[in-house]
Design a protein around this ligand. Sequence first.
Ligand code: SF4
Length: 380
Amino acid sequence: MTKENKKLKVAFPHMGTVYIAWSAALKKIGVEPFVPPYTSKKTLSLGTKHSPEAICLPYKLILGNFIEAIEGGTDYVAMISSPGCCRLGEYGNCIHNALTDLGYKAKYIELTLYDGIKGMYDFLKRISGKNDPVLFARAINIAIRKMFLLDDLENALSYYRAREIHFGDAEKNYNKALQYVKDADNTRSLKKAKKMAFDEMAKTEIDKNKEVLHVDLTGEIYLVCDQFSNQDITRELGKMGVQTRRSLTISSFLKDAIIPKIFRKGETHLQRAYRLAKPYLMRDIGGDSLECVSDVAYADERGIDGIIHISPFTCMPEIMSQNIFPAMRENCEIPILPLIMDEQTGKAGYLTRLEAFVDLMRRRKRKLLKEQEKQAELIK
Ligand code: SF4
């Protein structure tokens, strides 16, 4: 992009709240972010119409986001590329070809996230036509900080939603909190926004004594993070009194792929994945399978009530993880619910499975508590 073109609009595909972080980085370097409408049934049908039938769900949704962005007036669509052992390695070329075949004029640009800071730097340079290391460092910094804060806020939402007295209060406060994060445009204002956001969340009236179940969510990262494709699983579980924790988050991915080692605190998700998955899976087989296998062991280790594994239909790495779970039963007693999603997944059947799983976890928890009480009495 040249200097005269710097007001061109750039769109990324959606995935949860990640648009707030990338918009902040683009604004920082003087490029206009174009946020396409949030993924909807229309997005899905546009993407499905122009995709190979058996391709995984994230591809269809990303293509749909790009079509909507181009039709909405963006000049560039930016795709995150990856070497990937699965179809992810082909996403970039296939999407680019599909858009060209459809006759769209918008330019296609790739962000090579797996090149770490260098990949982000090169991307910002190409998109802004500038070469300003200080400006780019600020852009990367604000985007990363926002992403960490957004993931923390989502955890807070899950805490309050599982305990709220009036249904919908936590979400209302969360939406106000998100606005504070969106409005902050530098690290100082983001610090203030963080305080205001958590104060807002804390206004939710809750029942602290409620019997709450704790569930980890793992699976393919796009489906775990994107509420449209997972049919807003955290919300549905929250209504049933379940506090969820996403095992795969954008911030944990950034910690592994972008943030230099010297700035990392503690064990990263990938480091933990190699350590805990080892007895069942010796190497990375693509996608998030190594993380998923280790997430089951990690949830079991922490005594969590259950874990849900969400994957797109035909996702090769996650088919592998699901085939490893039965072998893990010998050492891990945690209940696991595998959910496979595609464009045909109906809401009613999906909710029935969630309700049955919650019921199972609740009975198991009560039984375990009774056994512990009995043992405590015997010791007396
Ligand atoms: S991880 Fe699964 S869903 Fe994601 S690109 Fe690879 S095959 Fe598709």
